[in-house]
Design a protein around this ligand. Structure first.
Ligand code: GLN
Length: 293
């Protein structure tokens, strides 16, 4: 009897989950397994790497298994852990918003180069998503007032939560269909990361984008519906001589430059992201409108 009890206790002990057993059972690439287990345990990844033998509770193992299964089914890591880093900011993200992309940091960098550090400025971010762009600009330019506009009330609520949690007070967010409900003041800079993928693009059925909100990704037959609408309206909201910048798809730079030129922007140019792809196009509102007579 005593022997049987001791054996069953021993076998229970040997099946107690540990960090490395959980990682191995997850069926994920090691980095992703470590990110998810770190999230479940409330630890960082370096702790996970250094504590393979550490015991975890059965509840933690079960939670990890559930997340690992969702990941194996394709759900993005950022939605599973509920946050993503962008421009040094730890942002909460939910399936209501696009997951911030590293290439979008280019839009922030180019815009920061046009906003003086020590003077007040009004900046508008159209299609604010998680608040990534607006909050990065606001944090880097504390004297600027940044307005983020998004059509989804859930996204705008998320932006406000991110601003509050990060203690960024100079960014405000409005539920607005592009310019429809934003303050009309002329802005010193306008930026946008709108949807720009074409309906039916095969890219939409691969990877993370399958789980992201369609309205944040897809914009008409050629992907340019949102950019067309924004570019046409933007000059009226910009201080003369000031800059508008928009992110776009890998093969859209030429067409977006044509749209900006058609709307009267000058000094129109496209910039490459770190992968060497023309990713952002910008232009300046002309200083003096030429009159035809
Ligand atoms: N860059 C994203 C992608 O291709 C799309 C982002 C967007 O539509 N603004 O997945």
């Amino acid at each position: 009897m005593r022997i049987r009890m001791a054996r069953s206790k021993a076998s229970r002990m040997s099946s107690l989950p540990t960090v490395s057993r959980a990682l191995a059972a997850g069926g994920l690439v090691p980095l992703e397994a470590r990110i998810l287990l770190a999230h479940v345990l409330g630890r960082d990844r370096s702790w996970i790497a250094a504590h393979g033998d550490a015991d975890i509770t059965r509840e933690q193992a079960t939670m990890f298994d559930a997340l690992a299964r969702r990941r194996r089914n394709g759900e993005p890591i950022a939605y599973l852990v509920g946050h993503r880093e962008f421009f040094g900011l730890d942002l909460e993200v939910t399936p209501d918003v696009l997951i911030p992309r590293p290439e979008t940091e280019l839009l922030v960098e180019l815009t920061l180069a046009r906003i003086a550090k020590d003077t007040p400025a009004c900046v508008l971010d159209l299609g604010c998503g998680s608040g990534a762009v607006a909050l990065a600009l606001a944090r880097e330019r504390p004297r600027a007032s940044v307005v983020g506009a998004g059509v989804s009330p859930a996204a705008v609520a998320l932006c406000r939560r991110n601003a509050a949690r990060l203690g960024i007070a100079n960014a405000a967010f409005a539920v607005s269909d592009w310019f429809s409900s934003v303050p009309t003041e002329p802005y010193d800079a306008i930026v946008a990361n709108p949807p720009y993928i074409a309906v039916g693009d095969p890219h939409l059925s691969e990877g993370d984008v399958r789980f992201e909100p369609c309205a944040a990704l897809v914009a008409g037959a050629d992907g340019l519906d949102a950019i067309r609408a924004i570019v046409a309206a933007a000059p009226a909201y910009l201080v003369r001589g000031h800059w508008f910048a928009v992110e776009h798809g890998y093969d859209q730079a030429e067409r977006v430059r044509a749209l900006l030129l058609g709307a009267g922007f000058v000094d129109v140019q496209s910039a490459r992201d770190l992968a060497g792809i023309f990713r952002v196009t910008r232009g300046r509102r002309e200083l003096i409108r030429e009159t035809l007579c």
